[in-house]
Design a protein around this ligand. Sequence first.
Ligand SMILES: [Zn+2]
Length: 50
Amino acid sequence: MTYWILKCRSCGKEWKLNVSYPLKKEFTKLYHYCPFCKRNTFHDIIEYVE
Ligand SMILES: [Zn+2]
């Protein structure tokens, strides 16, 4: 199982995103839906786990 630990820049929460595909590791931020903000926000990628 591959997942990322993302940290929302808007609310500051860290959460796990399960992914079925690898992402280039040079990515350090991601624009994604935040389940806490309930909208798309920028996230820092804290950790990449394979
Ligand atoms: Zn958020």
